[in-house]
Design a protein. Structure first.
Length: 382
């Protein structure tokens, strides 16, 4: 077998990739629990209930620095009665009220230049098109702090009432006077198909895997169909560091083997962390790569591991999104099927036109490596 790049160059490429990547692994558990925090304040019980039913509570508990803009039962009742929203629309709207940064009451009153645009979870889930999903927080002249969705024509339609709970730099829960209006979040959503998994994975440190899925059209199509199915969809995305380490090998795979490898990272059902953990040692999961392409999930204390039968065991290191019927976890190793697949185009006998085919294949691999480098360097944006 011929290496597709000289060894020092591979090492160089891998090192470059490692350095180009930013650590963005999310830890699985922190101290705060939004459900518990709000349960001490019955006037927010409706808001609290919907945070749980939309699975946003888990998303909030998972984040390290977060601000929740809570609306009382009156405000929630008015919204539910007037708009009769679906659960998906409720999720979108509530995710606009969760800011991906820590804003205690003090910080809200000391916003630099008195005004800032802050990314909400609506932005972070990839549901928001373009630059929508930002919340304008403005400290207005009379000492009040006003909030408004950026896509709401500059109208700041809510203001800070009081602080409910502050755990400095981890979580801040504040009451605001009413739900923020956002034409984008309000748009009737039809289902989980709205999620853009490319965007979500890229934002959580799986740029390369996201790129490979998006650019392998048969795989992207299968994933899309499955996300829209009733049974749901589970995906394990290897972090950029894991992909960088695997890249030389990936470059050697045939097109078909690449598809199989990508499909091997997905399950055709919604499998929450809880389900993964309770499955026990005999928890054999059949992947989208087909029968025979299965792996075993093992729960060791806090850690969920995936055993493919080949070399390293992959550990689940974080959650990109958990919103039934879709869940995406990050893993620290590429999952390699134990079932052997046609690994190397180079090992095939080379026919009369072999020279050309070979140099074409070599060309494709170079192209592949440089595109992946470009993705990581941020030249191609997701
Ligand atoms: C804030 O989060 C960090 C990291 O998870 C944790 O170590 C710390 O105990 C938390 N602080 C409080 C006050 O809960
Ligand atoms: C948060 O608290 C609720 C009840 O107060 C509990 O059901 C839930 O399991 C807790 N979540 C975590 C992640 O501990
Ligand atoms: C926030 O909205 C106010 C009122 O429309 C506007 O004057 C201000 O420039 C906005 N702030 C930012 C950072 O866009
Ligand atoms: C898992 O796949 C292997 C082949 O890799 C096969 O022998 C085994 O029967 C499969 N197990 C289950 C439970 O499907
Ligand atoms: C696949 O798994 C079986 C049983 O776990 C093992 O005997 C075999 O060596 C594995 N194959 C490879 C290629 O690692
Ligand atoms: C996801 O977002 C990216 C970049 O914003 C876009 O190129 C792609 O078409 C989107 N995919 C879907 C399925 O909407």
């Amino acid at each position: 077998m011929q290496p597709f790049l000289p060894t020092p160059m591979i090492t160089g490429v891998v090192l470059f990739l490692m350095m180009a990547m930013m650590p963005s692994t999310i830890k699985l558990s922190h101290g705060h629990n939004i459900t518990t925090i709000l349960s001490n304040h019955p006037e927010f019980s409706t808001f609290n209930t919907y945070l749980s039913t939309t699975h946003l509570a888990e998303e909030i508990n998972r984040r390290l620095t977060i601000t929740v803009l809570a609306v009382d039962n009156d405000g929630m009742s008015k919204f539910l009665a007037s708009k009769k929203p679906t659960l998906y629309t409720i999720r979108n709207i509530l995710s606009f009220h969760i800011l991906a940064d820590y804003f205690g009451a003090d910080k809200l009153h000391q916003i630099s230049h008195r005004s800032a645009l802050v990314a909400s979870l609506f932005q972070a889930t990839g549901a928001a098109p373009g630059t929508t999903g930002f919340v304008n927080v403005t400290d207005i002249i009379d000492g009040r702090v006003a909030f408004g969705a950026e896509d709401n024509d500059g109208v700041l339609d809510s203001h800070l009432v009081k602080s409910i709970k502050e755990i400095p730099y981890n979580i801040s829960v504040v009451e605001i006077s009413g739900l923020l209006n956002s034409p984008e979040a309000d748009a009737p959503a039809t289902g989980p198909i709205q999620y853009n998994i490319t965007t979500m994975m890229s934002r959580e440190g799986c740029k390369v895997f996201a790129y490979l899925v998006a650019s392998t059209s048969n795989v992207a199509r299968i994933f899309e169909t499955d996300i829209g199915s009733n049974a749901g969809f589970t995906l394990f995305c290897p972090t950029d560091a894991a992909m960088a380490a695997y890249l030389p090998k990936y470059g050697q795979l045939t097109e078909e083997a690449r598809s199989t490898l990508l499909l091997y990272h997905a399950l055709p059902t919604y499998t929450s962390m809880q389900t993964l953990k309770t499955g026990g040692a005999r928890n054999v999961q059949t992947t989208l790569a087909g029968s025979g392409y299965n792996f075993t999930v093992k729960d060791t204390e806090e850690l969920v591991e995936i055993q493919t039968g080949i070399e390293d065991t992959a550990k689940v290191t974080g959650t990109v999104i958990d919103a039934q019927p879709l869940v995406i976890f990050t893993v620290d190793h590429v999952l390699e099927p134990n079932e052997s697949f046609d690994e190397s185009a180079d090992e095939k006998p080379i026919a009369a036109d072999g020279g050309d085919r070979k140099s074409n294949a070599l060309g494709r691999r170079w192209w592949f490596v440089w595109v992946v480098l470009a993705v990581l360097a941020g030249i191609v944006q997701f």
